[in-house]
Design a protein around this ligand. Structure first.
Ligand code: GTP
Ligand code: SPV
Ligand code: MN
Length: 638
């Protein structure tokens, strides 16, 4: 409900014990929108603290309604933050500052009492690649250097949100404070946000994760691009697990600013999961039904921009198979009291990579994203539509294209029209194959876990772990080609254990120990490794991917059912001869797809060995070290 004129609540958040300093900064503060009365005392206190620090002009408490969305869209239109896309229904395009286009791993920190709680501390003085620790005093100094008065002249939005269905025992509540209406509208898609959450907080235990976000104000006070304020030079993303607290400054983009996603659901989430005995993972969840009508659920961890959304929404080419989507990025998994591992998708929308999405590769996404969606850094067409690399070229007939930077674009320019990390943000409920159980509060039972990445050479299409310990080792040893989802340049192969390198909330050695301990908690799923990205010597993908990946899921399904369709290899179990269904698929070079070159695997083992030694050191669990020794011995015998 919009409060106007006399209804404006001057200083509506002042409580009796405020100091005079607060009164001063708060004198002109009004609740411009929303109902302060339904905030719990703890939320009120948190909001007050943030008001005192950031000194916004006014406060808007988000109710999550359509009326509110219209209001914020109007504000963003006026500022040029978004433009409408009249070709579609209720769709918008945002162009960011070109300096603010992806997650900032190097500027992401976790604060714990000791460094070892956050990252492995090893004798090798190589830079740590498993997260960044920050001391409490340095975190406070970073906040003090950036936040005081950072929202001057702006509206502070208070977003109550739930990760997972509101009220589910597996869900967690967050309160995000932000000065970005783009963040509000995106959070309303990506999470369950608004009054139902506040009402639930009143009735439940009242616990919430504190999430403070500001797009920031550069020291000079001058915004290079007023339609997308940010402060790239001082961007920082901070987490304090002991306080369930997140503080993010300087970026409005994705995982840096939609704090429910990577910050809460993965970094803070993994620390809560460790404490409470469950798993918070960078995984899609899909349901797959075989031609006999039997259905299982699979979770899969691939690094950013390595195919989770595509697999989660795939259209199987194998006749008789059906895939349904539970989630495309994050899984929270917990054993139930019968020892079954159950997963929920804590999100409510998809923040998916746009380039490469087309009717040919992901028709389900194409049927999902052209209503009620926000696009970021894609190109626009003169008929009010969008365009990106990989989209069908017929989109371009008779229109001019404006690239993600706002410049007129031509195919001949040799430059991409859309930024490689451009994204769609769209409600999950619009997905035509959303799983009927996607909002079940007890979660769906997981029968298999897949790890995978972009491996242009040496790594076969699919292999299976011999047992749980071996599977945990495979997750720990994961490597993948860098993508545009983070700040890394070039196609270097990086270690990305469990696809979690940028998202661990605590020491990776302890994380491995936690994974190993799952075997004692219930029936653990089978673990597999997949690679859709192996290339021929001419640099062409050896595997068609996308819907054809159903052939690999079919083999995995049969392995889950206990079919003996495998043969052992030094690295794990491979499909036995003719067990991968390749019916009516031509020109597949199985020999190249499954080749295990001895020299490649010797180098791979050496790289893993070096990585464990330098990055994990004495934190590496003995069971994982043992798996590496065994792999090394098997590879030596190849
Ligand atoms: P995040 O949202 O960053 O976590 O990424 P994601 O893991 O969900 O990746 P996504 O499914 O969006 O895929 C990223 C890119 O990989 C897109 O350009 C896809 O077209 C491409 N891709 C996905 N699956 C396949 C595949 O099976 N084969 C090939 N060749 N490319 C694929
Ligand atoms: C990823 O990078 O894994 C994403 C996009 O899913 S972001 O939300 O920006 O982290
Ligand atoms: Mn992701």
């Amino acid at each position: 409900m919009l409060l106007k004129g006399a209804q404006l609540l001057r200083c509506g958040l002042v409580s009796p014990h405020r100091n005079s300093n607060f009164r001063l900064t708060c004198r002109f503060l009004s609740i411009q929108y929303g109902d302060a009365k339904i905030l719990t005392p703890a939320v009120k206190q948190y909001v007050e603290k943030c008001v005192e620090l950031c000194q916004p002009e006014r406060v808007h408490i988000c109710d999550g309604t359509e009326v509110e969305s219209k209001l914020l869209q109007g504000i963003m239109l006026k500022k040029g933050t978004i433009i409408p896309l009249p070709k579609y229904e209720n769709c918008w395009l945002a162009r960011t500052n070109p300096a603010d286009v992806a997650r900032v791993e190097g500027k992401t920190f976790i604060s714990t009492d000791s460094k070892e709680q956050t990252v492995p501390v090893t004798e090798k003085a190589t830079p740590g690649m498993l997260g960044n620790w920050i001391a409490e005093k340095d975190m406070q100094a970073a906040i003090k250097e950036r936040f005081p008065g950072c929202m001057k002249g702006r509206t502070m939005y208070v977003i109550p949100f739930s990760m997972g269905p509101v009220g589910s025992p597996l869900s967690k509540i967050g309160i995000e404070i932000t000065d970005s209406p783009y963040v509000v509208e995106s959070m309303k898609i990506m999470t369950r946000a608004g009054n139902p959450v506040l009402n639930y907080l009143q009735s439940g235990d009242g616990q919430f994760v504190k999430c403070l976000h500001s797009v920031g104000t550069p020291k000079s006070g001058v915004q290079a691009m007023p339609s997308w304020p940010c402060d790239p030079e001082r961007t920082i993303v901070l987490h304090k697990p002991a306080e369930n607290e997140i503080v993010s400054y300087g970026s409005g983009y994705g995982g840096n600013s939609l704090l429910g996603k990577k910050c809460l659901a993965l970094r803070i989430g993994s620390t809560i999961a460790k404490r409470e005995g469950w798993l918070a993972e960078h995984m899609l969840i899909l349901g797959i039904t075989n031609p006999q009508g039997k259905k299982i659920y699979i979770a899969a961890a691939f690094p950013s921009a390595c195919g989770k959304t595509n697999l989660a929404m795939m259209t199987p080419t194998l006749p008789g198979y059906k895939v349904e989507c539970v989630g495309d990025d994050i899984a929270w998994m917990k054993f139930d009291n019968k020892g079954v591992l159950r997963a929920i998708n804590p999100e409510n929308g998809f923040f998916g990579v746009a380039p490469g999405t087309s009717r040919a590769t992901n028709p389900i996404a194409m049927d999902t994203i052209f209503r009620n969606s926000v696009f970021t850094n894609v190109a626009s067409t003169s008929d009010g539509g969008v365009y990106w690399e990989g989209m069908e070229k017929d989109q371009l007939k008779g229109v001019t294209v404006t690239d993600w930077l706002g410049k007129l674009w031509s195919q001949e320019s040799g430059k991409p029209a859309a930024h490689p990390n451009s994204r769609f943000c769209t409600p999950a409920s619009q997905c035509p194959i959303i799983d009927p159980a996607w909002e079940d509060s007890e979660g769906v039972p997981i029968s298999a876990i897949l790890f995978g990445g972009r491996r242009p050479s040496g790594v076969p299409l699919v292999y299976e772990a011999r047992d749980w310990k071996h599977g945990v080792f495979i997750g720990a040893a994961m490597r993948s080609e860098a993508t545009a989802a983070a700040e890394f340049k070039g196609k270097v192969i990086m270690h990305d254990p469990f696809a979690m390198r940028p998202f661990f909330g605590y020491n990776f050695g302890d994380y491995l120990g936690h994974w190993l301990s799952m075997e004692q908690r219930g029936q653990v799923p089978k673990i597999f490794h997949v690679n859709w990205f192996r290339k021929s010597s001419e640099g062409k993908f050896l595997w068609p991917g996308f819907g054809e990946n159903s052939r690999v899921l079919d083999w995995i399904f049969r392995r889950v059912e206990g079919e003996q369709c495998f043969e052992d290899s030094p690295i794990g179990r491979l499909p036995s001869k003719n067990s991968l269904n390749l019916d009516s698929l031509e020109n597949i070079d199985l020999d190249q797809l499954f080749d295990l070159p001895k020299d490649f695997w010797e180098q791979e083992v050496a790289a893993i060995e070096r990585y464990f030694e330098e990055q994990v050191g004495h934190h590496l669990p003995g069971a994982v070290a043992e798996e590496l020794r065994e792999l090394k011995a098997r590879v030596a015998d190849m």
